[in-house]
Design a protein. Structure first.
Length: 292
């Protein structure tokens, strides 16, 4: 019965594991709802801000604002530094969520370096920071204090210095790798260009604005706000994507644990049945021998 005791131990172990994964699935489901609400709440404001900037920016104004300045390639004497913000989670057990974001960041770094830029990496989240530290790549900044409940203030602290660096001409580009939250089951990694701000186009009808103060002063405040809001959207969408990916991973783990449990129980029952049958056969054989 040593093997039977081992099977019973494995059954108890799998049962405990299934309880843990089931609990984590329920927790992620609860957190996903709140994170998804933050994503939905952030989108209308971002679209409205995008529309206002599209209406205010004109070709002559675009030349006056550093945040709208298009980069000159390093080969033509432009700034050689580009910054990349990588947003990952602080925790694992989310399937391939973080590895997909890291893979996208590595791909984007290769593209920028191929264009002649020196890429400065800014990591938000322990998983991305830990991976590039393991590779020996230096990080310009590292943030692990934001977690899965980002705020606009967090976004401001992440990007404020980078905005100033771009305005002074030290940086030529600023991009962010983050998750695009399409649904709980679709959270692909994406790269967003933050700086220079690309003036939105496609507005067929311009509303009749009464501007006070003038467009120049409005853009001076709206352009940095637009960049901070883009970072905030990247943070909240990545947080929602993390919970969606973890819920899916934990559900799959729970289902797999159930299948393993059924297999172990069948194996244990078959072994016990075989042992009982053998004992009965021995008893019957012994009785027949005594009678014979």
């Amino acid at each position: 019965m040593a093997k039977g005791r081992q099977l019973k131990g494995r059954i108890r172990s799998v049962q405990n594991t299934r309880k843990i994964t089931r609990t984590m699935e329920l927790v992620s489901t609860s957190k996903l709802k709140r994170a998804q609400d933050r994503v939905v709440a952030a989108r209308p404001y971002a679209e409205a801000l995008r529309g206002v900037i599209a209406d205010l920016v004109s070709p002559d104004l675009a030349q006056r604002f550093p945040l709208l300045r298009q980069p000159v390639p390093p080969a033509k004497g432009g700034p050689a530094a580009a910054a990349l913000i990588l947003v990952t989670s602080n925790r694992g057990l989310a399937g391939a969520f973080n590895s997909n974001l890291i893979k996208e960041a590595r791909r984007r770094i290769e593209v920028l370096e191929g264009l002649g830029y020196t890429v400065e990496l800014h990591a938000v989240g322990k998983k991305g920071a830990g991976f590039f530290k393991y590779l020996g790549r230096p990080l310009r900044t590292e943030r692990t204090d934001i977690g899965d409940k980002p705020t606009p203030e967090h976004a401001g602290t992440v990007v404020e210095q980078l905005i100033r660096d771009f305005e002074t001409g030290r940086l030529a580009l600023l991009e962010m790798v983050h998750c695009h939250f399409a649904s709980a089951l679709s959270t692909p990694p994406t790269t967003t260009r933050l700086l220079p701000v690309e003036a939105p186009s496609g507005r067929t009808r311009r509303p009749d604005y009464l501007l006070k103060p003038n467009p120049e002063e409005l853009l001076e405040h709206l352009l940095p706000l637009y960049v901070r809001n883009a970072v905030y959207r990247g943070l909240v969408e990545t947080a929602a994507g993390e919970h969606g990916a973890r819920r899916t991973a934990m559900k799959n783990a729970t289902d797999n644990a159930g299948e393993i449990l059924e297999l172990l129980k069948r194996t244990y029952n078959r072994q016990r049945q075989a042992a009982i049958t053998q004992e009965i056969s021995e008893i019957v054989g012994g009785a027949a021998a005594l009678q014979g």
